[in-house]
Design a protein around this ligand. Structure first.
Ligand SMILES: [Zn+2]
Length: 300
């Protein structure tokens, strides 16, 4: 069977110290614990059958604290976006980064190599209201979809279990007038994500809740998120076909250190679950993940 990959991008998750201000030392995460046998902190380094966990650099040799636009561009293009700009850019990509993404990015590159791919996230009806569209507030992932000229998942896809919302459980949709989506359990959302890999070889999913929560320095919300994510992960790996690999990584640290409300320079996790896990052994920074995905998992 051909290799497949579900790439789960968590915004703002680093590997922190084993201290009280790190919610990863406090949250109950039985799924993760069963996989790695220890807490997910800065000393975690696991190379076992079908599982690899290590910390990778997100600073990429550029002064300052890593940020989202450059970090995500590095993750999803394999270029050192930080070095290209000479600094870390927050939030949304500027024109220079957009041209990097349009040149080569994960979904476009997959398409060129005849690897079927999808961005699993659902977009609300408002996104498709072209009169209200604002290119300058599109995320790196949205630009990746545009560059690949593939379809965006809709709320109908979400209702049909063919998409996953960025908040995992659809909680943020509940306040929208004429909302037609129910809350689902994180486990069910995880199963939905896993099932999308029945139809595609490469599935990309983004959750930026940990970054939002990390900026608020709220320990209880951080623990709740991590425990929800653990249930989501249980859903992703339960009855996972053996040819499906799961990759989890981030663009910069944040939630792992609530002593500060900003991003951190900590290494970010690179977690790979599946038969190709060891193919990521030599990846030491976030801009090297792209190449490992295509050369090792998809052999292109
Ligand atoms: Zn970010």
């Amino acid at each position: 069977m051909e290799n497949k990959l579900i790439f789960i991008f968590l915004d703002g998750v680093g590997l922190g110290r084993d201290v009280d201000s790190n919610p990863l030392t406090k949250a109950s995460m039985p799924t993760m614990f069963n996989l790695i046998g220890q807490k997910l902190i800065n000393t975690t380094n696991i190379v076992e059958q079908n599982i690899l966990v290590k910390g990778v650099d997100a600073c990429l040799g550029v002064e300052g604290v890593p940020q989202s636009a450059t970090g995500q561009t590095a993750l999803f293009t394999g270029f050192n976006a930080q070095a290209i700009l000479g600094y870390h850019l927050t939030a949304y990509p500027n024109n220079e980064l957009i041209s990097v993404i349009n040149n080569r990015s994960i979904l476009k590159y997959a398409k060129e190599k005849h690897i079927s791919s999808i961005f699993a996230n659902s977009y609300t009806d408002k996104f498709f209201d072209f009169s209200k569209q604002n290119l300058s507030s599109y995320s790196v992932t949205t630009h990746c979809v545009l560059a690949a000229k593939i379809r965006f998942n809709t709320i109908n896809d979400l209702i049909n279990g063919k998409a996953v919302h960025w908040d995992i459980t659809n909680s943020t949709l509940q306040g929208i007038s004429d909302n037609r989506v129910s809350i689902i359990s994180p486990f069910e959302a995880g199963q939905n994500l896993k099932n999308i890999a029945n139809d595609y070889d490469l599935v990309l999913y983004e959750c930026f809740l940990p970054d939002l929560i990390g900026h608020k320095r709220d320990m209880n919300s951080s623990i709740s998120f991590l425990e929800m994510f653990d249930e989501f992960l249980r859903g992703v790996i339960t009855n996972k076909p053996s040819n499906v690999n799961i990759l989890i990584s981030s663009d910069h640290g944040n939630i792992e250190d609530l002593s500060t409300g900003g991003h951190t320079k900590n290494l970010v996790p690179l977690i790979c679950i599946g038969s190709s896990a060891h193919d990521f052994l030599n990846v030491n920074s976030i801009d090297k993940i792209f190449n490992a995905i295509f050369s090792n998992i998809f052999n292109v």
